[in-house]
Design a binder for this molecule. Structure first.
Ligand code: ADP
Ligand code: GN1
Ligand code: MG
Length: 370
């Protein structure tokens, strides 16, 4: 692919400041993201993204969701708040994204400054702050009617759907990779039944449907220099969902002592202190509305989200790496192995994790776990 002309793309948007330079940034797996710097010190920098249309075909609906969500949250912020809300920069014609002559869709955000993102958690404060930020996010959206949000990727966290896709990929075996991943397939098959607990609760209406973020990995919250969380980003998947998904996915990324694609599985441990710090932050902001069935299954949700990502990475590896962007040839397989190892560590630490949740809930509820 030829490099895009970042300057002329920048010119399509209603931005202030003069284009100085633009280069790739971030470690997201979905979009192609560029940082644009402007010449003036008193003007913002920008984030330009080429939207991944394979993953998000309903682009207009997705951008409309993001407009609604950001406007809703912005109305709730005090004018002097240090927390920021993602800000879409409109095009010169007032649209939330620009379509180039080849049909690629582009959008631009104001860059959050300094906007530090972490792939691996550096300390407990970051975990606690991330918990508060993602907890607050669900709370901020509790009064946004669910029918106003378009389900951009239906069944996004449905393990049934992900497992079916995995079985189909194994049967098709387009790249002859199935023999290489027998151990991972066995792990998935051995764990699937237990993971059905959460969807079953959903079907029995035991989990309230809320508007959730659905992609709460640690690097989707930005921090300032003092490790305070300032902005939740990557709002593409904001949809009706379960609070458990949001809790579990940050634990998957933050309580892992290794990278998401760590090859040395001995470096992957489940950090109970980080689990505790995150849980305390998340519960501080959500305890007023979470139901007992939600708090009871927070611990299991970390396994659920880790398992689902392991299955998705494995499916993508078997399918020939068509969904997630990869930097080297077996990255999806390494990501899968790391998820399954992490899940095993979570299983080994289940009792201790559940005690942490119980104690935190009791403390916040003045002595009662329920
Ligand atoms: P992806 O879906 O590919 O993960 P993201 O929207 O999360 O895309 O963006 C990728 C990365 O770009 C983020 O992890 C973050 O480092 C950076 N980024 C995105 N939006 C902003 C923003 N508004 N301000 C600062 N950095 C940003
Ligand atoms: C993707 O966009 P990004 O990199 O924040 C993916 C998530 C996965 C994550 C795994 C739309 O998130 O669901 O949890 O990779 N996003 C989408 O790291 O599929
Ligand atoms: Mg992201």
């Amino acid at each position: 692919m030829t490099s895009p002309d970042i300057k002329s793309l920048f010119d399509q948007f209603n931005a202030s400041g003069t284009f100085l330079e633009g280069f790739p940034t971030g470690s997201g797996h979905i979009h192609t993201t560029y940082l644009i710097k402007t010449s003036e010190k008193n003007q913002p920098d920008y984030i330009l993204q080429q939207i991944n249309q394979n993953v998000f075909p309903p682009v207009a609906e997705m951008m409309n969701n993001i407009q609604k969500v950001t406007r809703h949250i912005r109305k709730k912020r005090e004018p002097d708040s240090t927390e920021e809300v993602l800000e879409i920069i409109e095009t010169a014609t007032g649209k939330s994204y620009y379509t180039d002559p080849e049909g690629n869709h582009w959008r631009m955000y104001k860059k959050i400054s300094p906007g530090i993102s972490y792939d691996v958690v550096p300390n407990k404060k970051v975990a606690h702050e991330a918990g508060k930020a993602f907890g607050q996010f669900i709370g901020d959206l509790h009064d946004l009617p669910a029918n106003e949000i378009f389900p951009v990727i239906p069944d996004f966290h449905s393990i049934e759907m992900r497992y079916e896709n995995f079985i189909r990929a194994m049967q098709t075996n387009p790249c002859n990779r199935v023999d290489e991943v027998k151990k991972e397939i066995d792990f998935a098959n051995a764990r699937i039944d237990e993971m059905m607990v959460i969807p079953r609760l959903g079907k029995e209406d035991k989990l309230p449907l809320r508007i959730t973020h659905n992609d709460t990995k640690l690097n989707n919250v930005l921090f300032d220099e003092n490790d305070r969380a300032v902005c939740v980003i990557d709002l593409d998947t904001v949809m009706p969902g379960f609070s458990l998904y949001d809790f579990g996915d940050t634990i998957r990324t933050a309580a892992n002592t290794g990278e998401e694609d760590e090859a040395d599985l001995d470096k992957i441990q489940f950090s109970l202190p980080i689990f505790k710090a995150y849980s305390e932050g998340f519960l501080e902001k959500t305890i007023s509305f979470l139901t007992p069935s939600e708090t009871q299954f927070l611990t299991l949700s970390s396994q659920y989200m880790t398992f689902i990502m392991g299955i998705r990475f494995l499916t993508d590896y078997i399918s020939g790496d068509i969904y997630y962007s990869i930097r080297y040839s077996k990255q999806n397989l390494r990501r899968c192995r790391a998820q399954f190892r992490l899940m095993q560590c979570m299983i080994d630490n289940y009792r201790e994790s559940q005690d942490i949740i119980r104690n935190t809930v009791s403390k916040l509820r003045g002595g009662s776990y329920l």
